[in-house]
Design a protein around this ligand. Structure first.
Ligand SMILES: Cc1cc2nc3c(=O)[nH]c(=O)nc-3n(C[C@H](O)[C@H](O)[C@H](O)COP(=O)(O)O)c2cc1C
Length: 348
């Protein structure tokens, strides 16, 4: 599977998720195997161009995450082209454009999904970016703005003509947000309307769903979002199934706990500025925060992941409540250790 000149080992990628797919989470997902590409949280093109520290942090990544796609949002072709050059200068493998975000704060500024309502303008952004950088420019879109304006097949063709190297389609409209179901027959239609690879997105929560979408829909790749927040092993499990092998029994509870503890460790290290391997940042990033603020930040990140990660676990609801009432990283580690490491608590 190729995006421009870039070859992916696997056709399954970690979807961009604001607040969730930070560098720590992406690293851990990669370590579990089977993930062909990771995409960052969406990053503001204006923030990148102005060199705002917070924005630059969202775009940080480490070598072990490669290949890495940095997703940017914005509506001004010149600013998006400049931002793409910054992304390229940071060494990213792909620059992705967000044309799917339905949140009014983003979508009202000719950005995110509102670009789907202005296909010519959207294509102009792609053209400006593709002529500014050598790395592949890709587009992530939805089915359309609403049920009356479903235009992903047309927009995909237009951005292909403007120089996009691949597109990803989340088969819901902006109006649907996350209700209903992702329309994979529409994703198939998009795949049939362009020569570049199409990634389908939406509702692949189990590894066999990933495999059947790849087999049956015409999509050459699949993005996994919420399924990876619940089960970061979904990529390796899907690769196992796709290779015709049978899955080993479920991930052991201790391994699930270890994932959360590793996540905490990486987050803590991140913010104290200890070496996290070779990091790619633009100049001017990483002023360590005071310890207390850092701890609060880590707790909030674990709460955010915990909301997804605990779903479907025996005793998951109680664990969520407990995580949400924990106010130190030490107590959080202890709680995770007890829940996942002490089988007696399971089922409670
Ligand atoms: C918490 C959350 C944050 C998201 N943030 C982004 C984002 O920053 N950029 C983007 O293109 N899509 C974003 N999405 C959409 C996902 O990439 C994906 O297309 C969608 O969740 C459907 O796939 P899933 O059913 O596998 O989760 C987000 C989704 C979730 C749940």
């Amino acid at each position: 599977m190729k995006i421009g000149a870039l070859t992916l080992d696997q056709p399954v990628a970690l979807a961009p998720m604001a607040g969730m797919t930070d560098t720590a989470f992406r690293r851990l997902v990669k370590r579990k195997g089977g993930c062909g590409l990771v995409v960052t949280e969406m990053v503001s093109s204006e923030g990148l161009v102005r060199g705002i520290d917070r924005t630059l942090e969202y775009a940080e990544y480490t070598e072990e995450e490669r290949p890495v796609s940095i997703q940017i949002f914005g509506g001004d072709p010149a600013v998006m082209a400049d931002a793409a050059q910054i992304v390229e200068g940071m060494g990213a493998d792909v620059v992705d454009i967000n044309m799917g975000c339905p949140v009014p704060k983003i979508a009202k500024h000719q950005a995110g999904c509102s670009l789907m309502r202005e296909p010519s303008h959207a294509a102009e952004i792609v053209r400006a970016m593709a002529s500014a950088v050598k790395i592949p420019v890709t587009v992530k879109m939805r089915a359309g703005w609403n049920e009356k304006e479903i235009n992903a097949p047309l927009l995909a063709k237009m951005v292909e003509d403007a120089g996009a190297a691949a597109v990803a389609v989340h088969g819901r409209t902006a109006a649907q947000s996350y209700t209903g179901e992702s329309d994979w027959s529409l994703i198939g239609r998009v795949a049939g309307s362009v020569a570049i690879p199409v990634f389908g997105s939406g509702d692949c929560v189990l590894p066999d769903q990933v495999v059947s979408r790849l087999r049956d829909t015409g999509a050459r790749g699949v993005l996994v979002g919420r399924g990876a927040l619940r089960n970061p092993w979904i990529f390796s499990q899907a690769a196992t199934l796709a290779a015709g092998r049978t899955l080993t029994p479920d991930v052991a509870l201790e391994d699930r706990g270890a994932f959360l503890l590793d996540y905490i460790d990486l987050l803590m290290r991140e913010r104290v500025g200890e070496s996290a391997g070779f990091r790619h940042t633009a100049p001017g990033v990483t002023a360590p925060e005071p310890a207390r603020g850092r701890e609060r930040w880590v707790i909030n990140k674990v709460r955010a992941l915990g909301a997804w990660y605990t779903k479907g676990l025996d005793g998951g609801a109680q664990l969520r409540v407990a995580i949400n009432s924990t106010d130190s990283v030490g107590a959080l580690r202890q709680l995770i250790h007890e829940f996942f490491g002490a089988p007696a608590l399971v089922g409670g």
